[in-house]
Ligand binder design. Structure first.
Ligand code: IPE
Ligand code: IPE
Ligand code: MG
Length: 239
């Protein structure tokens, strides 16, 4: 039997680098896109589990600014998958109280896909059980460039530029920094994900490929997080 997790040890914000879809497919002799489809189906159960665990913010890395460098057919397939997911899952996510947000640049995507994403954001904007940030065409450096451009365009005086102000110009404005970042498939790198926001995030890496990362795996990550001692650069003096 598994013990319930103490609510005060549950992270408020989890971010996931959903990696390993291609290797998952390859290991089964399937095309890479089959791995991406399986990964998307997996997302459904992880979102539901996050709602049940009482997590308030979930950020998922679905397509990076560097992923445009993959073969055209894979890029096209990933765009189609996002479109299908919105068509298929929007009603259910809305019913579950999920508020959808997008982080990254929408403008390079197909106009019909942009429209779909905007509509999904609008429909779910008042939901408050879970905020789901979908990082699609997202890059951490691009986000910082975009923020600096905004700050300059608004003619913010130099002395008013603080870490808090920069946070307000990022795509994630209004979302607290991630407490826990999970990366599946064993890679030990950040791959341009939330580079500003992850300054004090706890990391959890599992060798499991994303399509196999289930509720049990999520629970393991949460249990590990509950055991971490977050010091934020300070030391504890006995009181
Ligand atoms: C993650 O899986 C999904 C995206 C990057 C879109 P990968 O496609 O990177 O899978 P691997 O890392 O090649 O196994
Ligand atoms: C990071 O995975 C991006 C997403 C999960 C969307 P990648 O597979 O693109 O990252 P690298 O190439 O291993 O660093
Ligand atoms: Mg990968």
């Amino acid at each position: 039997m598994t013990l319930p997790l103490s609510p005060d040890k549950i992270p408020q914000h989890i971010a996931i680098i959903m990696d390993g879809n291609g290797r998952w497919a390859q290991s089964r002799g399937l095309p890479r896109l089959a791995g991406h489809r399986a990964g998307t189906e997996n997302l459904r159960r992880i979102i539901t589990a996050c709602v049940e665990f009482g997590i308030k913010y979930l950020t998922i890395y679905a397509f990076s600014t560097e992923n445009w460098g993959r073969p055209k057919s894979e890029v096209r397939g990933l765009m189609r998958i996002l479109e299908d997911v919105i068509d298929r899952e929007l009603d259910e996510l809305h019913k579950q109280g999920v508020q959808l947000r997008h982080i990254g640049r929408l403008e390079h995507l197909k106009p019909s896909l942009q429209k779909k994403v905007r509509k999904a954001i609008e429909i779910t904007q008042h939901n408050d059980r879970l905020v789901l940030n979908v990082a699609f065409n997202y890059g951490g450096r691009d986000e910082i460039v975009h923020a600096v451009q905004g700050i300059i365009a608004d003619r913010v005086p130099a002395e008013e530029v603080t870490p808090e102000l920069i946070s307000r110009y990022l795509y994630t404005a209004g979302t607290p920094d991630p407490d826990l970042i999970i990366r599946t498939s064993g890679e030990l790198r950040i791959s341009n994900f939330l580079i500003w926001q992850s300054a004090y995030s706890e990391w959890y890496v599992t060798p499991t490929y994303w399509p196999d990362f289930n509720e049990e795996e999520l629970r393991k990550a949460l249990e590990e997080f509950a055991r971490r001692d977050r010091r934020f650069g300070k030391i504890y003096t006995p009181s």
